[in-house]
Design a protein around this ligand. Structure first.
Ligand SMILES: O=C(O)c1c[nH]c2c(-c3ccccc3)cccc2c1=O
Length: 461
């Protein structure tokens, strides 16, 4: 088993955050080194001798997924947690007809327009287990030429005496993971819930930020979505005095309907939660908000060309109702990580310093900029309505050596040589949209004036 410790040692040495991007085909090798992983790296025997696994996701290609496991692991029990209903559920289950080791768990979606976005792997080894929280669908194209994020847990050893309350970390990782899984109320998850309670997760240093569908009231209201993030930032975040003039950055690959103006939700409840801090937030100063969303030309000139936009589903019918939103937008640019042309499917949120050298926190999550994912307050703020399943991990300096702030950089050379600079997926400062030229990418309108990387035009519908 020394091999596994060596491997995890290498990963942990690479950086204490255990936050990686996916490998990108077609960029210089140096950008795909220790800080980047492929799905085969995550599932490799170097990470542990797999006994069983559970894959939470939105899109699946079952035959492709099975092929990503080392051949000696391809017949181990594999539970697929999805949100498909009716005919598409039947189609998904038919894909696994040849794999007797594959089982399914359908996440209940009783809220209209809800989706099972959560992307998580539970990996059980003979020596313990790992949790992986990431942003990629389980289809080949999501791991080929996009910018995606991955957090890999340390190896959590089995405890002598199983306990749902013992073996937790200062960030309540184990309790939050069990709460999240219990919210499915699915009998197929019972064994995994018991399994998790038997493991010591005290080495987990991230905070889980999850969303589960429902109208959450009372204490539950602060257990999910943007209200969970708000509570954690109020308890363990930066002091208000330090960050009050710092911007909040949101970066995502899809956008829901925000309502008629920025006060309705975006700069109202959502920004109030993301700008939360210890020592209370002075309501007077509404914090700066900056958003990162690819332009039409970012997509056109990307490695995949216009087809990258097939995974950036911003509809013109939603966009035209919220032109105010586009004033916050900045381009996707990742020169430091060699990923300016690897379109983002990652979703990240952070609170960087005005000089772009620090951040007060960093969140990588499945949650796009939508009320469905983050929740919307109802009944005079007494309940939080969430439509979808989401999960992400929050990095707080307090839990990484008791610092106040993280040093940050997206510069590969810098990241390669230092161990405690937080690796940003995109460049700071952000790059503005070019006035009068740049438009947000929208996936359901034609673009026929200029060819993409492959010489093609885009004619949806
Ligand atoms: O969870 C994820 O990652 C994703 C979720 N929905 C996607 C869609 C879509 C858009 C409207 C209705 C249904 C599906 C399209 C293309 C990529 C995604 C996607 O990547």
């Amino acid at each position: 088993t020394s091999r596994f410790h060596v491997v995890t040692k290498v990963y942990e040495l690479a950086q204490p955050f255990s936050f990686f991007l996916t490998k990108v085909a077609g960029i210089a090798d140096k950008y795909n080194s220790t800080l980047a992983l492929d799905i085969k790296d995550i599932l490799s025997a170097d990470m542990g001798n797999l006994v069983a696994s559970c894959q939470f996701n939105y899109m699946f290609d079952i035959p492709w997924l099975v092929q990503q496991y080392p051949k000696e692991f391809r017949s181990k029990p594999l539970l697929i947690v999805h949100g498909e209903q009716g005919p598409s559920k039947t189609t998904l289950e038919a894909e696994a007809i040849d794999y007797s080791n594959v089982r399914f768990c359908q996440a209940k979606l009783e809220m209209l327009f809800g989706t099972h976005h959560t992307k998580m792997m539970l990996l059980q080894y003979d020596t313990g287990m790992r949790v992986v929280i990431h942003t990629s669908n389980l289809i080949k194209q999501d791991w080929h030429q996009k910018t995606q994020g991955i957090w890999i847990s340390p190896l959590f050893p089995k405890m002598a005496k199983p306990s749902a309350t013992e073996g937790d970390s200062t960030t309540h990782f184990k309790r939050n993971l069990l709460e999240y899984l219990s919210a499915y109320k699915a009998y197929q998850l019972k064994d995994w819930i018991n399994n998790i309670s038997e493991h010591d997760m005290s080495t987990a240093r991230v905070v889980i930020i999850g969303s589960v569908p429902g109208r959450h009231t009372g204490d539950q209201m602060k257990s999910w979505g943007h209200m969970k993030l708000k509570r954690v930032l109020q308890q363990h975040g930066p002091s208000n005095g330090v960050v009050k003039n710092w911007p909040v950055i949101g970066q995502f690959s899809s956008i829901g309907s925000m309502g008629a103006n920025k006060e309705a939700w975006l700069c109202g409840e959502w920004l109030q939660s993301l700008s939360a801090a210890t020592g209370g937030t002075t309501l007077s100063s509404v914090p700066l908000l900056k958003l990162v969303f690819p332009t039409k030309d970012n997509v056109r000139c990307s490695l995949e060309g216009f087809p990258a936009g097939g995974s950036i589903p911003y509809s013109i019918n939603v966009a035209k109702k919220q032109m105010f939103l586009h004033d916050f937008f900045h381009q996707w640019r990742s020169e430091g990580q060699g990923r300016s042309r690897a379109m983002p499917h990652i979703k990240t949120y952070l609170r960087p310093s005005p000089d772009n050298q620090k951040t007060a926190w960093f969140l990588v999550t499945s949650a796009n900029l939508s009320k469905a994912a983050w929740g919307a307050l109802e009944k005079k703020g007494t309940q939080l309505m969430i439509r979808s399943y989401e999960i992400g991990v929050l990095f707080l300096p307090k839990f990484f050596g008791g610092k106040d702030l993280f040093d940050v950089s997206s510069n590969f050379e810098m990241l390669k040589s230092s161990t405690d600079v937080f690796p940003l997926p995109f460049d700071l400062p952000l790059t503005d949209y070019i006035k009068g030229k740049d438009r947000p990418w929208m996936w359901d309108i034609p673009y026929m004036d200029l060819p993409d990387t492959n010489g093609n035009i885009w004619c949806p519908g």
